[in-house]
Each structure stands twice: as structure tokens, then as C-alpha cells.
Design a protein around this ligand. Sequence first.
Ligand code: AMP
Ligand code: TRP
Length: 332
Amino acid sequence: MSLIFSGIQPTGNLHLGNYLGALRNFVRLQDSYDCIFCVVDMHAITLWQEPAELGKSTREVAAAFLAAGIDARKHILFNQSQVRVHAQLAWIFNCVARIGWLNRMTQFKEKAGKDRENASVGLYVYPVLMAADILAYRATHVPVGDDQKQHLELARDIAQKFNNDFGQPFFPIIEPIIQGEATRVMSLRDGMKKMSKSDPSDYSRINMTDSAETIALKIRKAKTDPHPLPETLAELEKRPEADNLVGIYAALSDKTREDVLREFAGAQFSAFKGALSDLAVAVLGPIGAEMQRLMKDPGHVDRVLRDGADRATALAEPVLAEVERIVGWLKP
Ligand code: AMP
Ligand code: TRP
């Protein structure tokens, strides 16, 4: 049976990349799959989080799921730390995954920076916890942005090694779902850098709760080159900033990059940026407004998360019990 699992970290500043690379796809997939969506607050603390902010950010991401259109009655929405199974299964997977595999993870290298000795151990084993998130439900499909591809390959390796080591096909082979024209939205200030929650410049990203004026201002200030928009994809690909803006326009309007070039080839950026900011405001405006409304009702959001956590626990507990039996732990 197919089952979707995906997660988003509550680390502040949910942005257009999270929306186009992840959230929007989740909303579409919920019509064809059973889905479990998780606000991964355990992953968040692999980097320092102010305790007073973490709860707020957790509610904000939950609000974004709801505002984007996730049906939390039909599907499951919860925050990770409420379901103990994630940590328990992660320990077993820590003993399955190999140090050599983790040493290859490029995101650890990026996030740890130069002072690797000083990174948390949690940051290093982060992808193991991610494998536990998915496999605690024996989920089969995982929609994510392009940056999570390597982590999903590791999760597959863990599932496969577990199945081999213990001689039974217990875990499914996970399929990533990386789809759309915006699987990797780039910074508005630098077409070679990913749009990210942690970029010090707020002008690098469009936040999901930005006002219409802020969205327009950020797009107006977005870095571009001096040439008009090209006719062909091949020319576009040589111009990272132009490619990014065209990709965003395509994703927001559900078109391909080719369609967008057909419409705007030869146009100046000033005209294109005007059209892009109208489009971005039309798509994000209502979602941002609904997020703001939900964040004023923390009781409601907390009840959704609590209920989701109860239902997630009911699914994950039997999987963990079976894994513990397979491993050979005595449970008299
Ligand atoms: P994170 O904010 O790291 O928890 O990411 C949540 C989801 O958003 C994951 O599926 C990421 O792959 C996706 N994502 C994050 N940044 C981007 C981006 N710049 N472009 C496309 N997808 C992204
Ligand atoms: N690591 C993912 C990110 O930063 C978030 C995440 C945690 C996740 N657990 C997951 C995504 C399980 C998919 C499935 O984007």
C-alpha cells in the first residue's frame, strides 16, 4: 500500500522555496495518497533554537500546512517530538547506518561549516532520524525539494541493510517524489545559492507571510542581468538569476519554463518582474493571510497537532514493536 510521509523544520522564515518545492506538492498529492505530515522539531534542534521561539515556529509551520490546504482530518499532521517512536527507531537505525555513509552527506558539510568539530552529534546523525521518521510508518513515497535527495538515498540504504541484516523484507523501498518546475528555488540575491530560511538577508527570499508590498519590493530588487528575456531554454540556462525567476513564474502559474519564455521572450526584466510580483501576491497572499489568522488561534493549532500525534502514535507503535522483536530485544 502507498503511504506518503514528509516533514518541514520549524526553524523560522518559511519561504517560497518551501512552498513550491514541498507544501504545494503535498496539497496536490493528498487527493491520491494517504499522507502523514510532520513538523520536525527534533530535527530543528540539531542547530541551536531559542526555546521561546521554537514553539511559535512549530505552530507557524503547522499553520502553513493548514493554510496551504492540507486536510488534517483526512490525513495526519503533527509535530515530531510528540511521537516517541521517532527517537526510539532512530537509535536502532544509528546501529544500522554506517559512518562512511554519513560522511558523504553534503548537507552536513554545508551546515557544519568550517568548525566541524564543534557541530552537534545530532546534526551528523540527522539523516538517520529522517529515515526513522519515514520508516516508522513504513511510508513508501516521500515528496521533497531537490536538496533532500541524498538523505532519501541514505534512508533507502538503511531500509535495505536492515532487511538484509535481519533476513526479511520488513521495510519498503522508499520512492522520492521530486516534481515541478521549482524543486530548487534559488536566492533572489544570488542565482547560485539556494533560497534558505537561514540566509542573513531577508531580501534573498519571499516569506510566506510577507505582505503584498514586501513581495513586490523584494522582486523589484531581485538580482538580474542587463539582457531582455531569451527565446530558448538553452540561453536561459546560462543565466542563473533569469532562470530562477522564470522557474518561479512557471511554478506559480503551473506552466513550463518554455511556456513562460513564449510569453515573455524579448521582454525587459522591469515588465517581467511586475507580472511576477502580481502572480506571487495572488498565490501567496491568501495563504499568508490564513496563516496569520491561524497563528492568532494557537489553541486550535495545538489541538490539531495533538490529535495528529495520537493517530501517528497508533500507527507507529506496532511497527516499532515488530522492529524490536526482529532485533531481538527481550520484552517480557
Ligand atoms: P526545510 O525548510 O529544510 O525543512 O525544508 C522543507 C521542505 O522544503 C523540503 O522538502 C525541502 O526540500 C524544501 N525546500 C527547502 N528549500 C527549498 C528551495 N530553496 N527550493 C525548493 N525546495 C526547498
Ligand atoms: N530534512 C528535511 C528538510 O530539512 C525535513 C525532514 C525531516 C523530512 N524528516 C523528513 C522530509 C522525512 C521528508 C521525510 O527539508
